[in-house]
Design a protein around this ligand. Sequence first.
Ligand code: PMP
Length: 355
Amino acid sequence: MSRFWSPVVHKLTPYVPGEQPKLTNLIKLNTNESPYGPPPGALEAIRAATDDTLRLYSDPTSEGLRAAIARAHGVEMDQIFVGNGSDEVLAHAFHALLQHEGPLLTPDITYSFYPVYCGLYGIAHEPVPLDDAMRIEVADYLRPCAGIVLPNPNAPTGIALGLGRIETLLRAHPDRVVVIDEAYVDFGADSAIPLVRHFPNLLVIRTLSKSHALAGLRVGYAIGQAELVEALNRVKDSFNSYPLDRLAQAGAAAAIADREWLARTTGKIIQSRIRLTSGLRDLGFEVLPSQANFVFVRHPDRDAAFLAAALRERSIIVRHFRTPRIAAWLRITVGTDTECGILVDALGAILKQNA
Ligand code: PMP
């Protein structure tokens, strides 16, 4: 508490980011980064942009990057908004599009930044429980609300919704924005981007942090009809008119253009996910059907906090949430096959030791 703080700051409950350890000799499976390096063309573009032009401001409209996104997704430039990571894009979406009468609906088990933005922008929030199989039940989202925000696939469950279900939401709320956060969509789920031309109330948000292996560059974007993008630009231009630096714009544009690299690396991660899932099931874990680059698992008779701590002693870090409803679960990022093998062997040894 401080007498210098604005009243709103006293009330904030900020997001707690996943741990980014200083040690480098760890198997890091806790924050869903890619185990592979970024597309080589992205690194080249960043090196090429590292010159005297850094004394100049970056392009405030990120035109080159938006052109690359437009080509990759077959949309118009005025349907694209870019920001510093999808976290920033989400913040602008909450600010610009979701402050309306009624509560904002999100799943109760989901990306925990959403309630934080509700607190920041004074939006009433109603968490909607997942069903017993940890799935989003679309029928529970058909009531009056200020808008809907859903990750697809959901995090941390990894379970994806089909596009038909998303269309049901969009049709039920013609006057409210439905935000589909596609942070993990490239690992096997269907993207809602083709629906954008039919639904003026749809905003799809993407990141380069996961499938493009560029979490450190901080680039995310939104795709929606121009009317929604204009609102996001109004907020951006009232907040930070040069959101993306020169290196991020150059690197992200090159990364997005390399569709072949994307297909190859996401394909490898999907294959590793299949092997990791069966390795964990062989050890007795329940593994939810994931379409993401992580799996959400629990053991019928082992405490998840204990397992996470025992793995850490073996220099492997995974994510354990203290939230009571999911405290029995671990979220494990899909690493390389070697990393996944070491993880499964370590869990096997821990389970045996404590049998
Ligand atoms: N959405 C979801 C569902 C996420 O899990 C994350 C990563 N923590 C983000 C958005 C934000 O990713 P970034 O800001 O790195 O783009």
